[in-house]
Design a protein around this ligand. Sequence first.
Ligand code: PMP
Length: 402
Amino acid sequence: SKWDVLAAPRDPILAIHQAYQQDPSPLAVNVSVGAYRDAGGNVHEFRAVRDARLSIAASSTYDHAYLPISGLEHLASQSARLIYGDDVFESGRIACLHTVSGSCALRLALSLASRVLGAEEAHVSLPAWPNHVQMVPMEALKLARYRYYDYDRHAVDIDGMLADLGKAKRGDVVLLQACAHNPSGADLKEREWRRVADVVQQRRLVPVFDMAYQGLASGDMEEDVCAVRTFVRKGINVIVAQSFSKNLGLYNSRVGTVSVCVADKVPGRDTATNLLSQLSWLARGMYSSPPAHGALIAAKVMGDDTLRAKWLLEIKEVVGRIGKMRERLRDELERRKVAGHWKHITQTKGMFVLLGLTYSQVERMRVLHHIYLTGNSRINIAGLNENNVAQVAEAIAEVVQN
Ligand code: PMP
């Protein structure tokens, strides 16, 4: 019978997280899912988020009415300002829609490219966040891959990337991660982004930026968005999928935006408004309208000077702790003289690093040492703290030697 189906493939990241939750060992360490954890190992609430949440809860005007399809306008405008800067935001060239977090923002970005702009193929980095690979065919796009990370040098393969994108067809989508590349943590330098922008412009590609970690690469919101702004300054039309899951710690509240910035205004046409209506139409068919609670919190944090300052300071603290744990892990490995390349642990950015272990070494980490990392040997540095960093280094040393 057609109902007698096989099980769908398990999500490679969430499956590891589940296995961790079922491990009763007190030694178990979770460095799989990309959520920020504080020094005590907890998924913490940003102080500014807590303040905003409590003030919203105390408000007498709270209601549960539907938001419009395009979501909370105040959230969308704050997000657009954060991405493009106040000047570009005020130029009226941006369509920005509040979405069900970064994932739906990405689906809408791909949907717009495929259904409205007529793209046929989407180019995804090698390696990528697995969900990129899953989403592309779901939006009726053919999947192509471009070289991104060089596993030997543990750095971006910029020449390979430019060569592969140089073969893309006019109108193809190129999916780019704006900062803190998942899973490698290896980002392009500004001058490298300019070279990618040249290729995108020459070949008339449709750039879709996935920005799930703004602020969490360098600690500075503006610096982390330099790729997008480089493209915009060059006069390239861009689509950006923004997530507030990580940089506001609002994972289960599902807050994000999808935006388009067009370079030229066509006289007599309101292109930005038309793009917003196209995105709204696509969102209507996908999930109707987004949830409000987390968006109210995010908009309040970004729109209130005191809360915003508190938030930006806390982002710097978070990035500081991640940087420290990167140094601690590298140091623990080098002190033990573990064979391998560990310099890149402190040279990459954001929460992730690819250790360069084989699949069977990763399995041994899990089975023998209760350390849960994904099969490609990606670890979430934010899962490390003073209580487990030596244990993780010791386990890496053991699997490399045996
Ligand atoms: N893009 C990347 C690269 C991510 O790592 C994530 C979260 N893991 C997302 C997008 C989207 O996350 P969310 O749907 O929670 O906003």
